[in-house]
Design a protein around this ligand. Structure first.
Ligand SMILES: Nc1ncnc2c1ncn2[C@@H]1O[C@H](COP(=O)(O)OP(=O)(O)OP(=O)(O)O)[C@@H](O)[C@H]1O
Ligand SMILES: [Mg+2]
Length: 371
């Protein structure tokens, strides 16, 4: 197994007159755990099938390292794919499922035993080697498919929503295992998901797709903290959006917008805007502090608003507040409060059906769109 990157240039694909992939450029570096995240139908599987060689692109090129593999048949690509469904052979044991392609290649019994045992150890299923797939749990079966995909020592492993058939707890465990396997073998992983939590927690970098376009590529922190546009800001995590007209430029990084309902709001500028521009800024719910009393002596950096709390949802590690601004049900603001050990100095007694105050630092309000 060798560490090789995948380089995609100007890739396009049309099905039935509809452009499914639109001039995709992506560089996936050797050994990266790279995720492709996007809503259903945005073209993720189509892109993966082109990388695997199952689907031919209309135009564009795919490189594996410095080799152009665009026209190479799938069986000649040192790339393996794991799909959502396990697709194991039901009549073969776990051992033989993993050994299958080595048997086709007529490898020696000794080599097969050595290689399969190594992988069984890695996926922690040595004790289950002689079981049939239907005697395993869903998570165990998916681990067997991972081992089966790795037995040929591919340079790249493609994973198309491999965890989506599993329940939440199992998904999390297998995600950690996938991360460990990646650390151990070090090859490039390209992982498709429409679950943003999954992508954020495991990836070195993430590409966010919508309607056949790549909107942003970045580390989990980059796409979460500095989303490239409104779609990314909304798709990754939860967000509040405030629209308004720029009324003042306060400094190189701080400007003021005016919204008829929210009043004046300070926000951080990461690009040039001018007075009169129509903008949309975002603020993450966990950056907003909810208090019962009007905050006093607030630092100038803070925005503060009176709200009406419509609902409080307790979720264990945090509470979610849904509040209206100006008593208007259309102006909903979400604020999340973590229940950590520093809980005591907060107003924990803000409940539903009462007035409260929210405040946040302007540095947590990002510009997501200039119209
Ligand atoms: N062989 C095909 N023939 C015609 N249309 C296709 C074909 N394969 C995919 N499409 C269409 O291309 C679009 C993108 O499909 P794709 O499977 O790549 O989406 P996806 O992002 O993987 O979605 P999901 O998250 O639901 O798996 C869809 O509208 C789909 O109907
Ligand atoms: Mg898909």
């Amino acid at each position: 197994m060798e560490k090789k990157g995948i380089y995609i240039k100007n890739l396009s694909k049309t099905f039935d007159g509809v452009k499914i992939l639109k001039n995709i450029d992506l560089s996936i570096e050797p050994g990266e755990f790279f995720s492709i995240l996007g809503p259903s139908g945005c073209g993720k599987t189509t892109l993966l099938r082109i990388l695997a060689g199952f689907t031919e692109p209309d135009s564009g090129v795919v490189y594996l390292g410095d080799r152009d593999i665009t026209n190479l048949p799938p069986n000649l690509r040192p790339i393996n794919t794991i799909f959502q469904k396990y697709a194991l052979f039901p009549h073969l044991t776990v051992f033989e499922n993993i050994a299958f392609s080595l048997r086709l290649k007529k490898e020696s019994e000794e080599y097969i035993k050595e290689e399969v045992t190594k992988l069984l150890k890695m996926i922690d299923l040595e004790a289950h080697a002689n079981k049939k797939p239907n005697q395993l749990s869903g998570g165990q079966q998916q681990r067997v498919s991972i081992a089966r995909a790795l037995i040929n020592k591919p340079d790249v492993l493609l994973l198309d929503e491999p965890l989506s058939a599993l329940d939440a707890k199992l998904r999390q465990n297998l995600l950690i295992e996938l991360d460990n396997i990646h650390d151990e073998i070090g090859i490039t992983f390209i992982f498709i998901t429409h679950d943003q939590q999954e992508a954020l927690s495991i990836s070195d970098r993430i590409a966010i797709m919508n309607h056949g376009n790549v909107l942003q590529v970045g580390t989990p922190a980059e796409v979460y903290e500095s989303p490239a546009d409104m779609f990314v800001a909304d798709f990754i995590g939860e967000n509040n959006f405030i629209e308004g007209e720029v009324t003042k430029i306060n400094s190189d990084t701080c400007a003021t917008l005016k919204n008829p309902n929210f009043g004046e709001i300070l926000f951080e500028m990461d690009r040039n805007v001018k007075v009169g521009d129509k903008v949309i800024v975002s603020v993450r719910p966990e950056k907003i502090k909810v208090t019962k009393k009007k905050p006093e002596n607030l630092n100038w950096k803070y925005n503060s608003l009176k709200v009406y709390v419509d609902e409080v949802i307790y979720t264990g590690f945090q509470s979610k507040y849904f509040a209206w601004v100006n008593g208007d049900k259309n102006l909903l603001i979400k604020a999340f409060k973590q229940h950590d050990i520093f809980f005591e100095d907060d107003d924990t007694d803000v409940s539903w059906d009462e007035e409260a105050f929210i405040s946040w630092n302007f540095e947590d309000s990002y510009l997501v769109e200039v119209k």
